[in-house]
Design a protein around this ligand. Structure first.
Ligand code: SF4
Length: 442
């Protein structure tokens, strides 16, 4: 069971909102200042919502970055679509392929109006004439369709469902699926802002990003706080998974302790996108720039802490088994490269690796980066490289001595071990009992 925790109780400008375990109605959302609702003393909504150009200025000034994984500046992406010739399209992308992330599915289930309001604001800024909500979660689809019927948006919005996979949320896969094709990535360019849905300039935006656009429209006075706060999915070997909303800057070690893994030996960062980090790296702040400078990434905000007695080789093997199984098998270099990396790390875990395995892994981790049409091959190469960098002694030790933790981890269950369940979101009125706090976080 995945629980939802506030760091220190609900705050204005929060994506989690006041009652994250209940599906929010249009009326309840409007009471928070959404849909340009009236000022509410309880929520302190803005008296007059900003015009589209003003909102774009607020988003640029706040430095808001996308929350789908790449972390691209939101204002730059919006301007790129607005400035193209043609009738733009906007897409709310709720297909989260990272197995350790639940935030996007929770958001669509619990606060569909927040996402739809953000989509409408993105349409106003870019001049878009139609929109889509793209997802694979059936429960989220029901809630979004209900929200669209409850309060029709100012532009036509269609829900497009897809099958769940690691690559289905990649932005070119999104375009392809909406256009009636398979949800598989294509080589870039053209990028969606150049040629997207039906050939039109298209904004593909993560649903948490859209939620933060809507919150900024309602509370421009809180724009920096909204831009510098993020949803995280915390998981690991010992404690129950947690969905929380935390400010940038909080040390990873503080998050580990609050989650229930104070002695964590490291973490698998950003879903499978940020690779492995060791115990010392847990002193890093949860901040995209600082994490990138240290060679890792926040990605979609999924962090899997390694228990103090867990083997990082076993964790890397699970990640690589999952990535190899999820390869769309379109690019020859991905099919052979991801498979070869998986086999090499599997051999390390099984205690049957050749003496030159670490040399080969090092070569592949550098040489395969950027060679696939999407980020899956990069994630595989990055995971292997991070294992060698963060845990060099342990990797070498696996060449000599069989590892009991690896031996106790059945290879076939990798996807199940990495997966995190979406928190339960019920219909009806908000719970009276306050949700538990994620103790120790700001
Ligand atoms: S890199 Fe791999 S997963 Fe990505 S498009 Fe190519 S074959 Fe598919």
């Amino acid at each position: 069971m995945t629980t939802i925790r506030f760091p220190s109780g609900p705050t204005p400008g929060s994506v989690l909102g006041a009652a994250p375990d209940r599906a929010e109605s249009a009326e309840a959302y409007r009471a928070t200042g959404g849909y340009a609702g009236p000022a509410d003393p309880a929520h302190g909504a803005a008296a007059a919502p900003p015009l589209p150009a003003e909102l774009l200025d607020h988003l640029a000034a706040s430095g808001l970055r996308g929350r789908g994984g790449a972390g691209f500046p939101v204002a730059v992406k919006l301007r790129a679509v607005r400035d193209r010739a043609g009738a733009p399209v906007v897409v709310a992308n709720g297909e989260e392929g990272e197995p350790g992330s639940v935030k996007d599915r929770w958001l669509l289930r619990a606060r569909p109006h927040l996402v739809l309001d953000g989509l409408a604001h993105a349409a106003s800024i870019t001049g878009a004439v139609r929109g889509y909500v793209y997802l694979s979660d059936p429960e989220a689809a029901v809630r979004v369709r209900r929200a669209l019927a409850e309060r029709p948006p100012p532009l036509p919005v269609e829900v497009v469902e897809t099958g769940h996979s690691y690559v289905a949320g990649e932005e070119t896969a999104v375009i392809r699926r909406i256009d009636g094709g398979p949800a598989l990535p294509l080589a870039k360019p053209p990028r969606p802002f150049e040629r997207g849905v039906g050939g039109a300039p298209t904004l593909v935006s993560n649903v948490e990003t859209l939620a933060r656009i809507a919150l900024t429209a309602a509370r421009p006075d809180l724009r920096e706080r909204i831009a510098r706060t993020t949803l995280v999915t915390l998981s690991g070997d010992r404690a129950e998974p947690v969905l929380a909303e935390v400010p940038y800057g909080v040390p990873l070690r503080t998050l580990a302790a609050a989650y229930g893994a104070p002695d964590a030996a490291g973490a698998l960062m950003g879903g499978l996108f940020g690779g492995l980090v060791d115990r010392g790296a847990l002193d890093l702040p949860l901040e995209p720039g600082a994490l990138a400078a240290a060679g890792t990434a926040l990605g979609c905000g999924a962090i899997r802490f390694l228990a103090s007695d867990a083997c990082p080789v076993s964790a890397a093997a699970d990640a690589l088994r999952h990535l190899a199984a999820e390869s769309a098998r379109q690019c020859g270099v991905c099919v052979s490269g991801t498979g070869a990396i998986r086999d090499a790390v599997d051999a390390l875990a099984a205690g049957s690796a050749d003496a030159d395995t670490l040399t080969k892994l090092d070569r592949w981790s550098r040489g395969l980066l950027g060679r696939g049409a999407c980020g899956l091959l990069d994630a595989a190469a990055g995971t292997a490289g991070s294992l060698l960098r963060a845990f060099p002694g342990l990797s070498e030790a696996h060449l000599r001595t069989p590892c009991p933790d690896c031996a106790a981890t059945p290879p076939g269950d990798a996807g199940r071990r990495l997966a995190v369940a979406v928190p339960r979101v019920a219909d009806g009125t908000p719970a009276r009992t306050p949700l538990p706090a994620l103790k120790g976080t700001p």
